[in-house]
Design a protein. Structure first.
Length: 81
């Protein structure tokens, strides 16, 4: 038993992380495979790309008009699903 609290805590988190990693291994998923998602149409993919571009270009800058366009595009995507 360690008398140092920091060492004891680090040992605890190492054991916990090791158990977690063993029980829940990471699985690599490909986002390019959409064969099982037949509901994804070309129009939906295009709308998603437009939304992503709008977000990247303007939403981070705080432009109100771009934010509104993103909301409208997002609403259109949700309605088409």
């Amino acid at each position: 038993m360690n008398s140092d609290v920091n060492v004891a805590y680090n040992n605890f988190t190492d054991i916990l992380q090791s158990g977690f990693d063993q029980c829940f291994p990471l699985k690599r998923l490909s986002r390019r495979k959409a064969n099982d998602k037949v509901w994804i149409t070309k129009a939906l993919i295009k709308s998603s790309k437009v939304k992503a571009r709008l977000y990247k270009n303007g939403f981070q800058l705080g432009d109100f008009v771009v934010k509104q366009n993103i909301k409208i595009t997002k609403k259109n995507i949700q309605e088409s699903c």
